[in-house]
Write a protein that binds this ligand. Structure first.
Ligand SMILES: Nc1ncnc2c1ncn2[C@@H]1O[C@H](COP(=O)(O)OP(=O)(O)O)[C@@H](O)[C@H]1O
Ligand SMILES: [Mg+2]
Length: 366
């Protein structure tokens, strides 16, 4: 499913920062891309991408695999030559002044970029030398970064023995050694367990609060929503929707769902019967997926959540429907995109609502 280009532009104009971009000159953006393109043969994988990130802002480029996130970051960090377009980092032209901009940013690439056979300290020391940081300053910086990453105790352990989360923290620390004003991070929490992800989020929040401008890519809506001041959704190399988290949240909320796993004790047709009798009773849409034995309710705005939960639990109790698990599910990016780009139909407040495949049941009541 894709929208006609003009419709996408309408949505973009409505939600983008363009309303105040006119008053901010290019040099006031920490990161700015103008019609940036990358083509491989016939394929245009980054397609006239325009992006403006203000100093101190945390901007999340949110998109599925293959959307063009890594290619964009690679161009903005001078690792890859754009096929067309321009970009600016802290007001400097990224193509004409490529050497000059290198000192102003740090990059945490998608892959863990540390030396497994060196200790945490040696890794940082090596990078400090690459940057030509004077010895005393380097030692101070390393000590501080190890401390902030919670790795002080592990300074002399081989990085190869670290967990994924610790390796990621060391990678982030090494990107910060030269005190960059701008940090690029390509999917920094991919492959990490939930606890490690939360720690990285903490690190990112800390960096943002200390004034570092961050351009982060992710395919997790939750991550973008939690961390970013602004989100741009990238599809096929274009930013198709952009907005502050407050602008986007309202619409996204309507496509979240509350999922309830029913025990096998109730026959699907009986359950469906009970659901068919429901219309009008709930202020939330209900669906049943017999394959996964899961009931889903469109999740309303935060203010109505308690009310809906009451309604649901009362109904389950009244109808003697036993359930084992309870979760809120995240919409996939396609659903988010559709919700953000299509106007709701009259009387269809909840927008597009479907049972997502990636329901994570965290609370088990068995
Ligand atoms: N060196 C390359 N040659 C040809 N196609 C490429 C190359 N690098 C990336 N691509 C293609 O560009 C698209 C975007 O890739 P990428 O930027 O890695 O996406 P993402 O990081 O969002 O997953 C993909 O379809 C990918 O296959
Ligand atoms: Mg990528």
């Amino acid at each position: 499913m894709s929208l006609p280009a003009h419709q996408v532009d309408v949505v973009k104009n409505k939600m983008s920062v363009s309303k105040d971009a006119g008053t901010v000159s290019q040099s006031e953006f920490a990161i700015s891309a103008v019609n940036l393109c990358k083509t491989y043969g016939e394929a245009r994988v980054v397609d006239n991408l325009n992006l403006n990130v203000r100093a101190g802002e945390l901007y999340a480029l949110l998109g599925d695999n293959g959307a063009g996130k890594t290619t964009t970051i690679s161009m903005l960090t001078t690792l890859l030559k754009p096929s067309a377009g321009e970009f600016f980092i802290c007001g400097l032209n990224g193509i004409k002044q490529a050497e000059k901009i290198k000192g102003s940013f740090g990059i945490v690439s998608q892959d863990i970029a540390i030396y497994q056979e060196l200790t945490a300290f040696e890794n940082l020391w090596f990078i400090a030398q690459l940057h030509g940081i004077p010895r005393k300053q380097a030692l101070e910086r390393i000590e501080m970064l190890l401390e902030r990453s919670g790795l002080t105790d592990k300074a002399n352990q081989l990085a190869g023995t670290f967990s994924g989360g610790m390796q990621r923290k060391l990678t982030i620390a090494s990107a910060l050694l030269h005190e960059p004003k701008v940090l690029f991070m390509d999917e920094p929490t991919v492959g990490l367990d939930p606890a490690a992800r939360r720690q990285i989020w903490q690190t990112l929040k800390g960096l943002r609060n200390s004034g570092v401008t961050i351009l982060l890519t992710t395919h997790y809506l939750e991550e973008a929503e939690l961390l970013a001041d602004r989100i741009g959704i990238i599809r096929q190399g274009k930013i198709v929707v952009e907005g502050t988290i407050d602008e986007l949240r309202h619409k996204i909320q309507g496509i979240r769902s509350i999922a309830i796993r029913i025990t096998g004790d109730v026959a699907p047709d009986i359950l469906q019967n009970k659901i068919d009798k429901l219309p009008g009773r709930f202020s939330s849409q209900v669906k049943f997926d017999p394959l996964r034995n899961t009931l889903s309710f469109a999740q309303p705005k935060d203010s109505q959540l308690v009310k809906i939960l009451h309604e649901i639990l009362n109904w389950l109790e009244q109808e003697k429907i036993p359930f084992t698990r309870f979760a809120t599910s995240e919409p996939n990016l396609e659903e988010v995109f559709m919700a953000l780009t299509l106007e709701p139909h009259d009387g269809d407040e909840s927008g597009h609502f479907s049972i997502s495949d990636d329901v994570q049941f965290e609370h088990d009541y068995t």
